[in-house]
Design a protein. Sequence first.
Length: 193
Amino acid sequence: MAPTQHIFKRVFFRLLEQADSRMARLSLYLFSFFESIIIPIPTDPLLAGCVLARKDKWLEIALFTAASSVIGGAVGWYLGAYLTSFVSDMLQFLPHQIASEAKFSAVSDAFNRLGIVLVLIGAFTPLPYKVIAISAGLFGYGLLPFILCSVIGRTARFCIIANMTAQYQNPKKVIMLGSLLLALIAVGFFMLG
């Protein structure tokens, strides 16, 4: 495991231990912001942990998590649009499975075929949102449509995960079922596209 990933995992599990605190929720929002740019670990388990600790605030937690993620996505879009050489440098720090030249080439082809719908799919499904955000800026898609699709996709995703966690109170089952649901929706979008 890369040293950077090890640090992220340690911080991640430390936050889960303190999930019922206000500081953990603030850390979740910060984590969600950076997950949309560079962190290779999904936000969902941390979101589930915070919701389990405060089931009465599931909607508030989900909405703030989505807002933080969209703001991070906008920063990713900006990096793609205006800092092309910086994006190339950032790719060296991300694991090859998340951001490689081949992945960006595949995303470019998908943008040419599906347009901005890919942003909605990337915001809602388990696809790496950071790759979609940076690619949207890199390939010249407008910031406003990107943000609109991101708000819809990220809010829907995090509200579904948070609500299922509050209702079923089993984060492993919720994340598995949520990911399956999101993957099926993504397959449906691709088949329609």
